[in-house]
Write a protein that binds this ligand. Structure first.
Ligand SMILES: *Cc1c(COP(=O)(O)O)cnc(C)c1O
Length: 385
C-alpha cells in the first residue's frame, strides 16, 4: 500500500454502523457488566475501555492511524505537542540523567528543557545535532538525544540515520520531533530513530482546528534505568512505561473531538503536503529573485526571510493580505510570524542566536493558496515597504 492509499485504508479498522470516520465517543467513563470485567480491563487482561484519560475509542483510532503511518509499534496521543515531547522524554529519564539536544529547537521545547533542570535533568545543547557532536558530548549519564528533523524556525535538517548510529553506539535513545516534516516526507523510525513525536496541531490536523500531540515508539527502543521496572514487557517496555505510568499519571490525554479532527485531517495529508511543499519551493525561489534573503531547506513548507530590520519585518508582515499573523504552522492558509518578539520572547539573546532567530526574521508557514496569488501578495508587500 502506498502512502496516500495507506492514509485511507492503512488502519484496516471498521467503525460502528459502517461509519467511514471513527465516531466521536464523547464519554468520560465506560460501564461494564460486572466488577470482574472491569477488573480484567484494569489489569490489561481483557480489551476494552475504562476511563478516557487512559483510553478512548476515538483517540485509539487516531493512535492506530499514526502508528501505521510512522511504522511504530504503538502511538500515544497527547493533549498537545508539548505534552508529547514532555512524556516522550520523561519516560526515559530519572533525576541525574542527561539529554543531548539541538540549540535550534522549537521555543517551547527549549523552555521545557529548562524546566527539567529543576528536577535534576540536565541538557547539553549542540549547535547542530550530528554524529560527531554526539560522540563528543555523550557522558555516562546521557540517556536520550532529542532532535527536530527540520528545525523550527532554524530550518536545519538532521541526518537521522547518522545520529541514530551514534545513539546506538552509545546505547542511548534518539527521539525525533518530526512535526515540520510529517510521515509524508520522512519516517524517522525507518531511518533508525527510536521514537517519533509530533505536534499534531500542525500538518497532521492540517486545518488549525485543535491542539494535540502524539508519540510513536519503534520496535527497538533502548533500555534506560528509568525503564527497568518495565523490561518484562520486552519491546513494549517504553510503551508501557508511558501508558501505565508517566502518561497515565500526568494526565495529558487527548480529547475525543480533537482526535476525530486529526483523523479527518490526516486523510488529506499527502495531498496537502504535495501542494504546500510545491508552493513553498516556488515562493522561496521567487522571494530570492525579489532580492530578499531567504532560507528554505528544499524540504517542507516553512521558509524564513531576513527583512533587514525589525521595522521592515513588521511592515512586510502587516502589508501581506493572504497571510494570517499567527503563532502556528502547518495550516492550509499561509501564516506569518516574527519569532523574536513572540515565540522566543522569553529566550536570551544567545539562545535566539543559537536558534537562528534574528530581529529581522519572518517565519512563513506556506499555505495551499494559488501560488500566483501568494507571489502577487509578496510583490505588493515588498513594493509597499
Ligand atoms: C508547535 C510545535 C511543538 C509544540 O506543539 P503544541 O501542539 O503547540 O504543544 C513542538 N515541536 C515543534 C517542532 C512545533 O512546531
Amino acid at each position: 500500500m502506498r502512502f496516500n492509499t495507506r492514509l485511507l485504508h492503512g488502519d484496516a479498522q471498521t467503525n460502528p454502523y459502517g461509519a467511514t470516520l471513527p465516531p466521536i465517543v464523547q464519554s468520560s467513563a465506560f460501564a461494564h457488566e460486572s466488577a470482574e470485567q472491569l477488573e480484567k480491563i484494569f489489569e490489561n487482561k481483557a480489551p476494552g475501555f475504562a476511563y478516557s484519560r487512559i483510553g478512548n475509542p476515538t483517540v485509539a483510532a487516531f493512535e492506530k492511524r499514526m502508528s501505521v503511518l510512522e511504522g511504530g509499534i504503538d502511538a500515544i496521543a497527547c493533549a498537545s505537542g508539548m505534552a508529547a515531547v514532555s512524556m516522550a522524554l520523561l519516560a526515559f529519564l530519572r533525576s541525574g540523567d542527561e539529554i543531548i539536544a539541538g540549540s535550534g529547537l522549537f521555543g517551547g521545547t527549549l523552555d521545557l528543557l529548562g524546566n527539567f533542570a529543576a528536577f535534576g535533568i540536565k541538557t547539553t545543547f549542540l549547535e547542530s545535532v550530528t554524529a560527531e557532536a554526539v560522540h563528543s558530548a555523550v557522558t555516562p549519564n546521557t540517556r536520550v538525544i532529542f532532535a527536530e528533523y527540520i528545525g523550527n524556525p532554524k530550518l536545519d535538517v538532521t541526518n537521522i540515520r547518522a545520529v541514530a548510529q551514534a545513539a546506538d553506539a552509545h546505547g542511548i535513545a534518539l527521539v525525533v520531533d518530526s512535526t515540520t516534516a510529517t510521515p509524508a516526507l520522512i519516517r524517522p523510525l525507518e531511518e533508525g530513530a527510536h521514537v517519533v513525536v509530533h505536534s499534531s496541531s500542525k500538518y497532521i490536523n492540517g486545518g488549525g482546528s485543535g491542539i494535540s500531540g502524539v508519540i510513536i515508539p519503534g520496535a527497538r527502543v533502548p533500555a534506560t534505568p528509568a525503564l527497568e521496572a518495565f523490561q518484562k514487557y520486552g519491546k513494549f517496555a517504553y510503551v508501557q512505561r508511558i501508558r501505565q505510568d508517566i502518561w497515565r499519571n500526568f494526565g495529558p490525554c487527548l480529547a475525543p473531538e480533537n482526535a476525530y479532527l486529526n483523523c479527518l485531517g490526516l486523510e488529506t495529508l499527502g495531498l496537502r503536503m504535495e501542494r504546500l511543499c510545491a508552493n513553498a519551493a516556488e515562493l522561496a525561489a521567487y522571494l530570492e529573485q525579489q532580492g530578499l534573503e531567504v532560507r528554505y531547506p528544499a524540504i517542507g513548507a516553512i521558509l524564513t526571510v531576513r527583512a533587514g530590520t525589525k521595522a521592515r519585518a513588521f511592515a512586510l508582515i502587516n502589508a501581506l493580505r493572504y497571510a494570517k499573523i499567527a503563532s502556528n504552522i502547518g495550516d492550509v492558509r499561509t501564516l506569518v510570524i516574527h519569532p523574536s518578539s513572540t515565540i522566543y520572547l522569553h529566550s536570551s539573546e544567545a539562545q535566539k542566536r543559537a536558534a537562528g532567530v534574528y530581529d529581522d526574521l519572518i517565519r512563513v508557514s506556506v499555505g495551499i493558496e494559488d501560488i500566483a496569488d501568494l507571489k502577487e501578495d509578496w510583490r505588493r508587500a515588498i513594493d509597499a515597504t
